[in-house]
Design a protein around this ligand. Structure first.
Ligand SMILES: *Cc1c(COP(=O)(O)O)cnc(C)c1O
Length: 363
């Protein structure tokens, strides 16, 4: 038995924490299969707990939500696109499009016109992410989307922070550029609609920047990089049965590369999980400053010298993993623990890196 266990109470708890942080509208971001929790499940949890606006990154996700009863909800597609087939699907699903280029606007306009309908959209301003969005200098194009595309109804405008988790200076600079653009549009008598920029790290570190909405994703699964004492909790963990136990003699190696050698007889538990399921994957090193980089190198060096081992929990006790974490197997040192086959190891994993084919249990 191996499964990803998701605790609903902890997700509800996170939703309450997020709501307590802001009075602005909260767009619940549901990228990456609802941040590993399951797209439809996560949307349902949000809906039951007062989140009314959703954001996704792929048009497939919009279709899936619509098929699963999210018919009238406001869903924002975070991707600006100039792919013809996607444009059609945007119009058919009634999702709120993101317009990040004049080409995208023209294609949406043409298709909406041909289908005899209008499409809702938010404009995206690129203030330093280097992905989707109009540059600050393209203000005339932005005005034109508001004014000259009759089958596009622009209901909002947003930008995205690149360094909210690590650089206050860059973040405030991006916010200033964005506000400047919004102000320029407003001074041309344009009703910009809903204005938003903050993601999780920005919300927890600086708030909503006085704007109408925030877009939050990782906070729902407990993540907020470089934010202290958020009160958020990780709602998911991996559970995997021990399939065999045995004694190894002194001087025996464990795992690939054979770098780990027992110093005395050791009783081990074989647990058939590993990096393939997400264990020890994607430890996020945000080396955005030289001091982070040096700290990272020192920690890695110390771990290497000390042959640091991650741990799992069996019967409520933390036990070390010995030898390398394999793709499909890890070996725990249970010399001091009375446990056997069929008992469950509880394993910390990042939900974003979990093997999506793992069985999910919602408890
Ligand atoms: C992913 C994403 C978010 C949410 O980011 P979190 O840090 O997970 O809260 C917000 N806006 C955009 C455009 C995104 O791509």
């Amino acid at each position: 038995m191996k499964a990803f266990i998701i605790e609903k109470d902890l997700i509800r708890h996170n939703i309450e924490v997020i709501k307590s942080k802001t009075d602005a509208v909260i767009w619940g971001v549901l990228k990456y299969d609802g941040y590993g929790m399951g797209l439809v499940f996560m949307a349902q949890m949000m809906k039951e707990n007062g989140i009314t606006h959703f954001a996704v990154s792929d048009i497939e996700d919009v279709e899936k939500l619509r098929e699963n009863g999210f018919i009238d909800e406001e869903i924002l597609l975070l991707q600006s696109t100039t792919v013809k087939n996607d444009i059609k699907r945007i119009i058919d699903t009634g999702v709120i499009a993101t317009i990040g280029s004049i080409k995208s606007a023209r294609m949406l306009q043409k298709t909406a016109y041909e289908k005899g309908t209008t499409v809702k959209a938010h404009l995206k301003v690129d203030t330093g992410m280097g992905r989707y969005g109009f540059l600050q200098s393209q203000i005339d194009d932005m005005k034109s989307v508001y004014n000259n595309h009759l089958n596009i109804q622009v209901t909002g405008i947003y930008s995205h922070f690149s360094c909210a988790f690590c650089s206050k200076k860059t973040t405030f600079k991006q916010a200033a550029i964005f506000k400047f653009v919004v102000q320029k549009l407003k001074s041309s008598n344009i009703d910009t609609g809903m204005v938003h920029i903050s993601n999780t790290s920005a919300l927890f570190r600086y708030g909503s920047f006085g704007l109408d909405a925030v877009r939050v994703g990782s906070a729902f699964i407990g993540g907020a990089i470089n934010c202290n004492n958020t009160g958020l909790k990780n709602p998911g963990h991996l559970e995997c049965e021990i399939v065999e136990t045995k004694w190894l003699p002194k001087g025996f190696t464990i795992g690939y590369s054979g770098r780990f050698k027992t110093k005395k007889p050791m009783r081990i538990a074989i647990i058939p999980t590993g990096s393939y399921d997400g264990f020890m994957v994607g430890q996020n090193h945000d080396l955005c400053h030289i001091k982070h980089f040096i700290r990272y190198i020192l920690v890695e060096l110390k771990n290497w010298v000390k042959k640091y081992n991650p741990s799992v929990s069996i019967n409520g006790k933390s036990v070390p993993i010995r030898g390398r974490v394999g793709h499909g197997h890890v070996v725990a040192d249970i010399t001091d623990l009375d446990c056997g086959s069929g008992e469950v190891a509880v394993i910390n994993v990042g939900a974003l890196y979990i093997n999506p084919t793992l069985e999910k249990y919602y408890v």
